[in-house]
Design a protein around this ligand. Structure first.
Ligand SMILES: Nc1ncnc2c1ncn2[C@@H]1O[C@H](COP(=O)(O)OP(=O)(O)O)[C@@H](O)[C@H]1O
Ligand SMILES: NC(=O)OP(=O)(O)O
Length: 310
């Protein structure tokens, strides 16, 4: 039996449209693979991205907001996405698992993640959220939201970017570990966890979206996972991505992968955080990490994807 942290990309669970029904259907396809891992005897903690969802919800805040019904701030919106995505996952897993626990084996934990109030990320937004825009659409958005920052996201279009502070501590990690060891399926640290700072011995929510890949590593270390599995849209991490000489990275030693990272092969805000997360986990624990696509997830034991080892 292995203890595994599975990190699901917000884009990897993105549906054909943004309706609740379509997203629920997409989540349900995704959790089938995880249910299979659990049926095979592994203990799995799930964490997930929220980039598309948190950005869409942020935009919705400005429709019909008023003094008496104000737009919610980003930390609260992060919590909302943990709730909605967790709800969809719980429902799907409860249907898919032949569980001993009744009424539910899957449990969503609203998770806070401590960040440094002085993190330079607050001055330099990098985390892409919400919809993709072409150049003209992006210019139009700027008229409505002059304070928003937009950047290219890995050549796929423009997206709003927000501060993405580094996770320092997952506040609720001991509860997540306890749940996992009691054979529950924790869905936790969604969207990297709600960013909070410590002020006068209290936690205070701040505006930003933590990269779930970095939080997944922290979580995997905290709960002493045997493996970190990062499921995304691509089968592998690639050298020279999107160029004529693109080459998939298969099984790779952590030192070699660090060289590729230093050579600049992985785009910031998309593949780079996954690579850094995998490197940190492997270096700190000596265990392996896998980066691959959702569609490969039911054959992880066959050597698919980019497998990082010590
Ligand atoms: N070197 C690379 N190898 C593979 N994918 C890359 C690379 N550099 C950038 N990418 C992009 O990273 C994307 C995956 O990151 P992202 O969209 O943030 O995933 P998720 O939402 O699943 O966390 C891929 O779809 C691809 O467009
Ligand atoms: N919070 C986060 O990392 O989301 P994505 O995986 O959707 O970018």
């Amino acid at each position: 039996m292995k203890k595994i942290v599975v990190a699901l990309g917000g884009n990897a669970i993105q549906a054909k449209d943004n309706s609740a029904a379509a997203q629920q259907e997409a989540v349900s396809k995704t959790t089938k693979v995880i249910a299979q891992m659990i049926e095979n005897g592994d203990q799995v903690a799930i964490t997930h991205g929220n980039g598309p969802q948190v950005g869409n919800l942020l935009l919705q805040q400005y429709q019909d907001s008023s003094k008496s019904n104000p737009a919610m701030p980003l930390d609260t919106i992060s919590a909302m996405t943990q709730g909605s995505i967790g709800y969809w996952m719980q429902k799907a897993l409860d249907d898919q698992l032949h569980h001993d626990h009744f009424p539910s084996q899957a449990v969503t934990l609203i998770t806070q993640t401590i960040v440094d109030a002085n993190d330079p990320a607050f001055e330099n937004p990098t985390k892409p959220i919400g919809p993709f825009y072409n150049f003209n659409e992006m210019q139009k958005q700027k008229i409505y939201h002059p304070d928003y920052v937009y950047k290219q996201d890995a050549g796929r279009g423009y997206r709003q970017v927000v501060a993405s502070p580094e996770p320092q501590e997952i506040v609720n990690a001991p509860i997540i570990k306890h749940l996992l060891e009691q054979d529950f399926v924790p869905i936790a640290a969604g969207g990297g966890g709600i960013p909070v700072i410590v002020r006068d011995n209290h936690l205070q929510g701040v505006s930003g979206v933590i990269d779930k890949d970095y939080s997944a590593t922290k979580l995997a270390e905290d709960i002493e996972a045997d493996q970190l599995v990062i499921l995304t849209t691509v089968d592998n991490a690639y050298l020279n991505y999107n160029q004529n000489n693109q080459k998939a990275i298969g099984k790779v030693k952590v030192d070699e992968l660090r060289e590729y990272l230093d050579q600049g092969h992985f785009a910031a805000g998309s593949m780079k955080p996954k690579i850094e997360a995998a490197i940190e986990f492997v270096e700190k624990t000596g265990n392996s990490a896998i980066i691959t696509s959702l569609k490969n997830a039911d054959e992880l034991d066959t050597g698919v994807g980019t497998i990082v080892y010590n």
